[in-house]
Design a protein. Structure first.
Length: 243
């Protein structure tokens, strides 16, 4: 059976605690760049989650750390080379949708690539009309319903960062259809689809986006909310990927 690749975003490292680890591989061990961001351990865990064989990428690197799109997506290529044919991405995101409260999860139905770049070069014309596999999303939605888990569905806007968005930028993103905003995921999705992987992605909605409330944005809040929400995603992943 091919392994499922799972990428863990900011504050979601505790998801790795649910994996029965057979081998740990540091990013540096396979000549991948390391992350400088708190909450990103920088290693691969090879093992099982429930009954499913997985490769977990515990942490990721970002454009805002000075890496290019090829470096940002190198982990996806490495996991595909180890035999992974399905890719589950997680991220921490700000919520723009008044109905999607912080602390809940959103499965991505689509994305807006506002990073200004792509991991692809040349005449590599990849169909992105169903970037996030509709049938797989339906399975996750059904599992969430059966377990009483709140799982929203919406559009993720991926920006470069590292600065958080201004209130005016958030109003613009809401106008063009975004439900959540973050600084990762879209390039990994493009790379995964180019490799023929089936992709699903989830945003842990850690905070209201700028201007929705008077509160200032804080990365420590992102980490704390991600940690508290991790158990919810572990239960959902166990149920779905062990089918």
């Amino acid at each position: 059976m091919n392994r499922i690749a799972l990428v863990l975003g900011s504050g979601l490292g505790p998801l790795a605690d649910a994996v029965a680890v057979e081998e740990a591989v540091g990013f540096a061990d396979v000549e991948l760049p390391g992350s400088s961001v708190p909450g990103h351990a920088g290693r691969f865990l090879i093992g099982t989650l429930g009954s499913a064989p997985v490769i977990v990428m515990q942490g990721r690197v970002h454009l805002y750390e000075g890496h290019d799109a090829a470096a940002v997506t190198a982990g996806v290529r490495w996991m595909a080379a180890q035999g992974a044919d399905r890719l589950i991405l997680t991220n921490a995101a700000g919520t723009l949708n008044p109905a999607f409260e912080p602390g809940s999860w959103m499965v991505l139905s689509d994305h807006l690539n506002l990073t200004g770049t792509s991991p692809l070069h040349g005449p590599e014309f990849i169909d992105m009309s169903t970037a996030y596999d509709p049938e797989w999303r339906a399975v996750f939605r059904a599992a969430a319903s059966e377990t009483g888990t709140v799982l929203h569905e919406g559009v993720y806007a991926g920006l470069r960062g590292p600065q958080y968005e201004t209130p005016a930028e958030i109003r613009m993103l809401r106008t063009i259809g975004a439900d959540a905003v973050g600084m990762s995921t879209v390039l990994e999705t493009i790379q995964g689809r180019a490799l023929g992987m089936k992709v699903a992605a989830f945003s842990c909605l850690t905070n209201w986006a700028a201007g929705i409330t008077p509160a200032a944005l804080d990365h420590q809040e992102v980490l704390a909310t991600g940690k508290s929400a991790a158990d919810t995603m572990v239960r959902l992943l166990r149920r779905v990927i062990s089918l």
